[in-house]
Ligand binder design. Sequence first.
Ligand SMILES: [Zn+2]
Length: 196
Amino acid sequence: MARGGSRYGAGRPAWHVKAEHCLRLDVRELARRDMLAGGFYSWRWSNSHTGEEMGSIGINTRAGHARLNYAHNGQSINDDVRIIETACNYGGARPWFSCPRCSRRVAVLYLRSGRFMCRHCGRVAYASQAEDAMGRAWRRQAKLEARLGEGWRRPKGMHRATRERIVDGIFDCERQRDEALCAYVHRHGLLGDLGF
Ligand SMILES: [Zn+2]
């Protein structure tokens, strides 16, 4: 993944995010590019194979503070992130992000579920997303099962075609749960690559 920061001129930065996979922001890279001193900047992520831009955000910094501007699902978001400096043993200081969710001191923030957060909070966000999807599928299945008799038997007076549709619906719920679980595991694999 190629990354690059560039000085953005005065005015409102262009910002949008197309895909949130692997979109990470490293405070040390911002420091190296002298983007923490104060000003408006933009940050872009591009696919290193295709060169396609995967997302960009606006970064507005002043001492001890960064405001991240971007869009998620058509909604514009401003994330305010505190920047903390700690003294190094051999002089100078090194910067850290303070996670907007848990205030942990971290070098890298990840875009997860449309917000920037530390890797710990990102893991929690993905877990709860998967849990929500599985919960919805279970509740749908319970409603369908309630229309059938014990062991999915056809109640008296119900057409065979109706029962078949309901059973198809139940299998659909199981498939949705599998998909939610697979997506979760896949994302965790992805997180693993990033050192989670
Ligand atoms: Zn956090």
